[in-house]
Structures are given as structure tokens and as C-alpha cells.
Design a binder for this molecule. Structure first.
Ligand SMILES: Cc1cc2nc3c(=O)[nH]c(=O)nc-3n(C[C@H](O)[C@H](O)[C@H](O)COP(=O)(O)OP(=O)(O)OC[C@H]3O[C@@H](n4cnc5c(N)ncnc54)[C@H](O)[C@@H]3O)c2cc1C
Length: 292
């Protein structure tokens, strides 16, 4: 196996152009597991973990850019304003995994259980890809994630990062697993409120072939907040019947299967519980000015 160690992003893209079969290695926390179990025997690896171009975190003109090489530990440390992303990052693996594992690797693996992915979906992020020959392109997250562990990345491309419009409003990420740490999600949920556009975005992980947005639940909740006059007066109460219906619609959006980690019925129940909790947190937070 050849191990290619580029010093710059341009060099890395040139290597991918010459050897499209070469697999990118970032933190290695997914890739090395696959290699150790003999599921993958690449003929070449391109080590992208040292590329400074991939470790950028930028905010400009209301847009946020998160480089593919940014680790979970860095997100927890440096992005406190992005609470759902921090909560998801803090829930990944152990300190060792969070020190090595990257958002680009989560995207590259494309598992429906990837914890950063429901957050990027709720943010409506675009995934930025680049190749030497065709330059840069951005794909909406749902075009990038094409199925279970399947993505739209071309063999000669690298993931450069994710970009989204900065939302003003509360939000959270939470997940259910068999224990509190070092656990792959049995179900996960990210809810973000977009006060400017008067929308609520809800994304589910681990309950379908890929990340799912609960579109009907989102519309229902936005309408409920309108009816309650809550977009203008954030302290206006929302009736329990709206919250119950919201949680039901979130559960109905899931497409779960039975597997070793949980049954479909348990996952659907999990979605209902996570939705109820996330809504409660968001409504409480909306009454406080902390996210303003
Ligand atoms: C013990 C353990 C616990 C874990 N716990 C969790 C958890 O709780 N939640 C969770 O979501 N995940 C978890 N994981 C999985 C893993 O840590 C994450 O998916 C992580 O984000 C992978 O990032 P990485 O940088 O290590 O990726 P790598 O292993 O380096 O790469 C993963 C894939 O992405 C591709 N890739 C990486 N960067 C790029 C790039 N810039 N361009 C193109 N392709 C790229 C690689 O080619 C590979 O296919 C765990 C793993 C282990 C071993």
C-alpha cells in the first residue's frame, strides 16, 4: 500500500487526480477500523490530516464554513455559538476519538448514525467538494448523502467542508444509545429554530437509510407557533396538543429497521421522546435571551 503525504491541498488534489483509487485518510477513526477488520484493503492512501486548508472555521456575510479536517474536540472548544453542533461533537466516541475524528470523515463515511450529520441537515448545509480537474462544487446535504454509507463524492474529489447560513434561534442535538458515552446512536435528533425565517428544522439520524428531515412535523410546528402568536411573543404558550402532534409527526417521519442496536418500534418511540424533549428545550430557550 502506498501512503501519500501531501503538504498542501493542491498537492492532495493532484494526487487524487493521478490516483483516484487512493482513499483519503483524515483522523482514521472509521478507515482504520475497516482496514483492521479486513473490510477494506486500499492500494493507496492520501493522508489529508495535515492540510491546514481543511482546518478552517470561518464566518462571513452570515455564512459559516466548517473545514472537513476540523475535529470534534476543536468544535467543542471553538464553536460555542453552535450549540447543536457542539452537543453532537461532545457525544462522539471518547476523548481520543474526538481528538482525531473529523466532520469530513463523518461525511465521507456517510453513515446514518454519524452524529454530525443530523446537525448539518438541520442547518441545511451544503457540502463543498473539490477536484483538480473540475474545481469546486457545492451539493445540498441531501444530494451529497445518497444512501447508507453512500455519498455523491467523485473518486478524484476531496471534501473541503460544509457551509450553511447562520441561523438565529435556539436548538439542540440529542441521541439515544445503550449507554451514555462511546455509543453509536440508536436514534438521534437535531432541532433548530430559525427565528428570522420563522421555521423549525428537524433532522433524524439512525432511523432510516440516511439522514431524514421531518418535513411535516416542521410545517406543523411553524404553523403552531404562528397560531399561538409565538413568533412575535416568544413567551406565548404553545398548547400541549400541538407538542404531542409534533412528536407524533416526527416519529412518523422515521423509516426505522430492526437491527442489533434496537427494534424499529423502539427507534420510533425514541424519535417521539427526543422530539418532545427537544421542543421543550427550544421553547424554554426561546424565553431566554441567551441565543440572541
Ligand atoms: C471507538 C469509536 C467510537 C466512535 N463513536 C462515534 C460516535 O459516537 N459518533 C459518530 O458519529 N461516529 C463515531 N465513530 C466513527 C468516527 O469516529 C466518525 O465517523 C469520524 O467523524 C470519522 O472521522 P475521521 O476523520 O476519523 O475519518 P476517517 O476514518 O479518516 O475517514 C472516514 C471516511 O471519510 C473519508 N474522508 C475523510 N476525510 C475526507 C476528505 N477530506 N475528503 C474526502 N473523503 C474524506 C475517508 O476516505 C473515509 O472513507 C466512532 C469510531 C470509533 C473507532
Amino acid at each position: 500500500m502506498d501512503v501519500l503525504v501531501p503538504q498542501t491541498l493542491d498537492e492532495a488534489l493532484a494526487m487524487k487526480a493521478n490516483r483516484p483509487e487512493a482513499i483519503a485518510l483524515a483522523g482514521g477513526t472509521d478507515l482504520m477500523v475497516d482496514m483492521n477488520f479486513g473490510r477494506l484493503r486500499p492500494t493507496a492512501i492520501v493522508d489529508v490530516s495535515r492540510l491546514s486548508e481543511l482546518s478552517a472555521i470561518r464566518q462571513e456575510n452570515g455564512q459559516v464554513f466548517l473545514g472537513a479536517g476540523v475535529t470534534y474536540a476543536t468544535i467543542v472548544r471553538e464553536m460555542p455559538a453552535f450549540k447543536p453542533l457542539v452537543q453532537a461533537s461532545r457525544s462522539v466516541g471518547s476523548p481520543q476519538i474526538r481528538n482525531r475524528g473529523t466532520v469530513g470523515g463523518n461525511l465521507g463515511t456517510g453513515s446514518p448514525a454519524g452524529d454530525a450529520l443530523p446537525v448539518l441537515a438541520a442547518y441545511d448545509a451544503d457540502i463543498v467538494l473539490r477536484s483538480q480537474g473540475r474545481g469546486e462544487r457545492s451539493l445540498p446535504w441531501q444530494t451529497f448523502l445518497t444512501g447508507p454509507k453512500k455519498t455523491a463524492i467523485a473518486p478524484d474529489e476531496l471534501i473541503i467542508g460544509a457551509r450553511w447560513r447562520k441561523l438565529r434561534g435556539p436548538g439542540s442535538f440529542s441521541k439515544i444509545g445503550t449507554r451514555n458515552a462511546m455509543v453509536i446512536a440508536v436514534a438521534s435528533l437535531c432541532l433548530v429554530v430559525d427565528e428570522e425565517q420563522r421555521r423549525v428544522n428537524v433532522a433524524l439520524g439512525s432511523v432510516g437509510p440516511t439522514i431524514i428531515r421531518a418535513a411535516q412535523a416542521e410545517e406543523h410546528l411553524a404553523a403552531a407557533l404562528t397560531t399561538a402568536g409565538s413568533w412575535d411573543d416568544r413567551s406565548a404558550p404553545l398548547g400541549d396538543e400541538w407538542s404531542d402532534e409534533f412528536a407524533e409527526l416526527v416519529a412518523a417521519a422515521a423509516q426505522p429497521l430492526d437491527d442489533v442496536r434496537g427494534t424499529a418500534a423502539y427507534r420510533r418511540l425514541g424519535c417521539r421522546v427526543l422530539a418532545r424533549r427537544a421542543l421543550g428545550w427550544a421553547l424554554n430557550e426561546r424565553r431566554l435571551p441567551s441565543w440572541l
